[in-house]
Ligand binder design. Structure first.
Ligand code: GAP
Length: 513
């Protein structure tokens, strides 16, 4: 655990030191769980968004984009169920006065049991070596089976209690498991209460006539209320999707873990409208497609897993998370939800407008069912950033810090470095920058010895360093150094563009899907 904490601290400080993420309003001591993206962060964030948008909208002829407003008519949130049901169960510790999400306390308890399972597996793996069969061990080892049964029993009881709004039982579970305040160890808990996560605001200049509004807690509702507009104007035929990226706001009870859980964050969501009765197939299909998108970035298959929901949101008949191995363990990165006809049905009811699709093949109208894929852009940023940050031991007994971002997402694709600041080398380097910047983000760097500049670019995540030296004057060649292998090759200046393009081209990456 201490090792995980250390790694996470390194991620946070590296993000600040290298211009990726700053705390919001830092000069006023910051604002809790609100962050700003700095000069490199904004590029990485844009590239992730672009990678998602291309895979979703550009490459699917039956998915189109949308950019709906953050403010929506307040009835939207009555219809969607957010006013009545977008709650988290909170619990206060009477001694420490700290507030927690009751379900997260229980989930963290289960995560500790899971750590014990992993320890048993690691021990057995060591003992049996190549002969070790992990699957068989997990299903037959009495200790592991016992731990897993315990986790299942706890989570299923919590799921049922939350579904039935039996908050007394959630508290009873916390007490029975003897869960203590993680900060102080106190077990002196209040009752569990529901807390609505939406931020309210007002529209209008006068207090008497101002309208109560909410900042949207998800982008999805902007898609639902525009369903018919898009379907008609785009002459879309079911099955089809509408995708959107944008800010969402939640007054999280406990917002911690850096940009993992924020109060203002960005979502990338897609609602896929389908014929009722086909939801099971499409749900499975989208689970597969989304996992492939993640795997195309090459961040390690072992770092992803599905988690099927026990407790379903008020709108879903099936739901799963794609979990990622963050520095603090496996946590939700993306949700795939089978939302039935709940949202369109509710908006029909509350607006008194028909939100139906006429199916020419079946000669009938119906309210479409919906499969939703929903991923937090900030969470994806954290997944990419934390997975990429490595401390490497080198042959000469030194270490280097390198941010091995997938090249397609890196903020700058190349740094152009004159070996020395004289003999005309800076002029040639600047000419290369001026030429390449039409195709890629590139930076010019002439400060410090070249070795230090390489290290700086490694830590910044720049995939290539191009060095202009005295040989360049003779034969128009430069060295190109690869961030991950540190290998250097001499190439002609005119070859540089294609070498970079091959490694950063979205097509090359997305074709792996
Ligand atoms: N429209 C469905 C929906 O909003 P969700 O599971 O509540 O579903 C979807 O959120 C995704 O949004 C999550 O998987 C996560 O990546 C991201 N997300 C949710 N709350 C967040 C928060 N407070 N901070 C950062 N990302 C968040």
């Amino acid at each position: 655990m201490a090792k995980q904490d250390d790694q996470f601290k390194k991620v946070i400080s590296h993000a600040k030191e290298y211009g990726y993420v700053f705390q919001s309003s830092e000069i006023y001591d910051g604002l809790s769980a609100v962050y700003d993206y700095a000069q490199n962060g904004v590029e990485l964030k844009n590239n992730i968004r672009d990678y998602w948008w291309k895979a979703m909208v550009q490459l699917n002829d039956n998915i189109v984009g949308l950019d709906a407003a953050i403010f929506m008519h307040p009835t939207t949130w009555k219809a969607s169920g957010h006013i009545d049901a977008f709650n988290d169960p909170l619990i206060d510790n009477k001694d420490s006065k700290k507030r927690y999400r009751a379900d997260v306390l229980i989930e963290d308890y289960c995560a500790k049991i899971e750590t014990k399972i992993n320890k048993e597996i690691a021990k057995a793996e060591k003992r049996f070596g190549d002969a070790f069969n992990k699957e068989e061990f997990i299903s037959t080892n009495p200790r592991v089976v016992g731990y897993q049964e315990k986790i299942n029993t706890i989570l299923s009881r919590m799921g049922k209690s939350l579904e039935n709004e039996d908050l007394a039982d959630v508290k009873a579970l916390i007490e029975e498991l003897e869960i203590a305040d993680p900060l102080t160890g106190s077990r002196n808990w209040t009752d569990v209460k529901q807390f609505n996560l939406m931020f309210g605001t007002k529209l209008g200049a006068s207090i008497d006539t101002a309208m109560d509004l909410y900042l949207r807690p998800e982008t999805a509702q902007g898609i639902f209320v525009n369903f018919l507009n898009v379907q008609k104007t785009g002459r879309m035929k079911i099955p089809f999707g509408i995708a959107q990226t944008g800010k969402a706001f939640r007054n999280e009870i406990v917002a911690r873990q850096f940009i993992f859980r924020m109060r203002e964050f960005e979502q990338m969501e897609m609602q896929f409208f389908i014929k009722p009765g086909t939801q099971k197939e499409w749900y499975e299909q989208w689970k597969k497609t989304r996992l492939k998108w993640h795997l195309s970035l090459g961040m390690g298959e072992e770092n992803y897993r599905f988690h099927d929901h026990e407790k379903l949101a008020h709108y879903a008949d099936a739901a799963a998370d794609i979990e990622f191995k963050f520095p603090f363990g496996f946590k939700e990165l993306e949700g795939i939800h089978s939302r039935t006809d709940f949202d369109l049905g509710q908006h029909e009811k509350f607006s008194n407008k028909k939100l139906q699709y006429f199916d020419h093949e079946d000669n009938q109208s119906y309210v479409p069912y919906v499969i939703e894929t929903s991923i937090g852009l900030d969470r994806m940023f954290l997944a990419v950033f934390s997975n990429s940050l490595v401390e490497e031991e080198l042959d000469n007994n030194t270490t280097r810090t390198v941010l091995k971002l997938p090249a397609v997402l890196a903020p700058n694709k190349a740094a152009i470095l004159p070996l020395v600041k004289k003999d005309g080398l800076p002029d040639i380097a600047k000419k290369i920058v001026d030429d390449l910047k039409w195709d890629f983000n590139v930076v010019y760097d002439e400060k410090d010895a070249v070795g230090r500049r390489y290290r700086r670019q490694d830590a910044n995540g720049t995939p290539f360093c191009i060095t202009v030296d005295h040989d360049t004057l003779e034969n128009n060649t430069v060295t190109i150094r690869h961030r991950d292998t540190m290998e250097q090759k001499r190439v002609k200046i005119e070859e540089v563009r294609n070498i970079i393009k091959k490694e950063v081209d979205v097509k090359e990456w997305l074709q792996k899907m």
